[in-house]
Design a protein around this ligand. Sequence first.
Ligand code: COA
Length: 385
Amino acid sequence: MAESEKPHISSGLEGVYITESSICKVAGQQGRLYYRGYPIGALSKNSNFEEVTYLLLLGRLPTSAELAGFKSQLADARDLPKGVVDIIKEMSGKSHPMDILRTATSSLSAYDPEVADPSPEANLRKSIRIISKMSSIVATIGRINSGGSYVTPDKSMSHEENFLYMLNAKKPDKRQVDIMRDMFIIHAEHSSNASTFGTMVAGSTLADIYSAITAGISVLKGPLHGGADEAALKMMKAIGNPDNTESYIESALAGKQKIMGFGHRVYKAYDPRAKIIKEYLVSLQPDSSEEVKNYTAIALRAEKMMLDKLSTSHGIWPNVDFFAGPVYVAAGIAPELFTPIFAASRSSGWCAHMIEYWQNNKLFRPLEAYTGKLDLEYVPIDKRQ
Ligand code: COA
């Protein structure tokens, strides 16, 4: 294209394909999601986080022996170096858990002897360590924030069971474990969303995988992306009484505010993850606390109103973040840990994308259409007006 021609700008890279990938398919118009070809519903019903991580990283479901070996590799990597726990202690109470997670994950590179080895084998081993330790970091942030001290991981437990054990210093009950298993699977991957793209941009410079994952955490933090789960629960808390739901949403929309947990760049149908989480939330009701029941009532009324007003007319549907908050509350998770848990789960997808992209790496370097002046005369500082 000649320099003088006006380039086409796809704002926010909307509709732009950046690479080929066999990891994840988001069928936005149909509201379907597949990891390596498997529908998310089948995985959330039948699988577990370790198996899903194997699938994402290695491209196929494992045999029993392979899964057992992979589970023990993940479990062996759970313990955190003292220096990382010290960073968490130092930042606790001063920074949001996402900021602590970002710094603590970055610091893990200091303890990894393979940090500078770019071979695919080393990147797979590093991925396993990162995925395992990010959950330990999030659990430790929660533990230290609530006044406790570091809990040594238990290798005999599953990934999500150990997460809850490190968070609460006690063996979790089955209901909590089931909730976390579902949430870890549902959040594990979602193609080239903003944080995965951020991860890939950092990795495409051939920076190491710790740098890439740290970039992913930074991108996930914002309320337009992963931070929407905490923001949606904050809104439900502000609504307070279910009877206030409609007037709250009405005035937020009239004030041109976005309702967190709704809308998506790719889904123009009901997000299948939101459907699963909603069904799960409703199934929890009979045994839920009054707090969870109240949040659920608000969430269902807000959903109905948003569907009536904006779904078919504007393509704005509930997304993964809307019903997540009340489900986490049912598992006893504090709101400030929602997005860090999302990050710990998504580390599987981030690592899978990095490993795949590095097989045929190309530096990301887009263009911008310059709108400023050219060839201005440099005026010495004492002559400027
Ligand atoms: N509530 C109300 N209106 C919304 C909305 C929401 N959650 N999401 C989008 N819209 C409206 C916008 O205000 C805009 O309206 P306009 O054309 O009149 O200005 C229109 O829909 C397009 O939104 P835009 O933000 O430009 O589209 P996008 O593709 O960039 O948006 C999101 C995708 C996710 C950033 C957006 O839907 C959003 O901010 N949602 C809330 C945050 C959230 O839940 N994020 C998690 C995503 S998994």
